[in-house]
Design a protein around this ligand. Structure first.
Ligand code: DON
Length: 309
């Protein structure tokens, strides 16, 4: 078992926190700019219910891109993998998360994978529901089921802040609409996507979601198969190949576990068959990943030999 005690884990957090000063909190969504760059917390959730944690683990953050794994799982459960991958590809880009470049250079236009914004917008538009409200309700219910907490909701302030400043994402949507990759009203989709990114939780809840992926889609708290095994496998594979955007290769070499980041500073990890990880550290590196969070995972991976490779 990795880190039997909170004290043991806290020593790693102290070491990694020193790297936060080299990062910067995201402020292109103005509400995210209020975060404290020195925050760093982690929870490790084992399927037997044991949880080890360190830092201010009750502090809430918004999921941002970490939510892309969850929306992908739901869209595949709604439509099947074959249909979803008619609209979005399976290949890493090597580009930043919000890049538009490869949409134009790839013919026919199709987002390269569901972890970049272009792909995630297509995936979110595929979630089934008669209205945007119903699509969001279904996604939120799914998150609550994975995290075992019915009180989870979204942060209106962050959602509004993203909605007001999401012109690059609007551009991606209009491009995709022109190329028949989506048929959604763009303003409504941006509103839905902004709410999805603004779903709010803490490290303990994020680690619970990670555990479901680690355990091949079984929620250990309820023993229910909440995500089909094959869908969990697809999600974990994307977490390895694209979870850190254009830093995914380095992450695979240095850390070597399925993980997904978000610009509010979260990282959800899933160590196959073993445990889930939830990290929050809002100071980001230049690629939009938590700088101290990555360091923390690297220290843990080296010390406890977590790499799958
Ligand atoms: O689409 C956006 O800009 C954000 N709501 C999510 C981006 C994100 O989290 C990228 N991750 N590192």
């Amino acid at each position: 078992m990795l880190c039997e005690t909170n004290k043991e884990l806290a020593a790693f957090v102290t070491k990694a926190r020193a790297y936060a000063k080299d990062g910067k909190v995201a402020d292109y969504i103005p509400a995210l700019g209020k975060a404290d760059p020195n925050d760093l917390s982690i929870a490790i959730q084992y399927p037997n219910g044991h949880c080890v944690s360190a830092g201010d683990v009750k502090k809430k953050f918004t999921l941002q891109s970490t939510s892309k794994v969850i929306s992908l799982a739901l869209a595949i459960m709604d439509w099947g993998a074959e249909t979803v991958f008619e609209y979005v590809g399976m290949e890493p880009t090597g580009d930043p998360f919000n890049s538009i470049a490869k949409l134009e250079s790839n013919v026919p236009a199709k987002p390269l994978n569901p972890m970049i914004n272009a792909g995630a917008l297509v995936v979110t538009h595929m979630i089934k529901g008669r209205s945007m409200e119903q699509k969001f309700e279904r996604l939120l219910e799914f998150v609550r089921e994975l995290a075992n907490d019915q009180s989870i909701n979204y942060c209106q302030e962050v959602a509004d802040s993203e909605y007001r400043t999401a012109d690059l994402n609007r551009a991606l949507c209009y491009f995709l609409k022109q190329h028949n990759r989506m048929n959604e009203n763009v303003e409504q989709l941006i509103s839905l996507y902004s709410k999805q990114c603004a779903i709010e939780m803490n490290c303990l809840q994020l680690a619970q979601m990670g555990t479901v992926f680690a355990m091949d889609g079984i929620n250990p708290v309820t023993s229910k198969q909440v995500i089909p095994k094959d869908v969990a496998r697809i999600c974990k594979t994307f977490m390895v190949t694209c979870g850190m955007y254009n830093a995914s290769g380095e992450f695979a070499i240095k850390i070597g576990i399925p993980a997904k980041s978000g610009v509010a500073g979260s990282i959800m990890g899933a160590v196959p068959g073993r445990f889930g990880i939830g990290i929050f550290g809002p100071a980001l590196d230049e690629k939009g990943n938590s700088i101290a969070g990555l360091k923390l995972l690297e220290l843990l991976s080296n010390h406890y030999k977590l790499s799958m490779f």
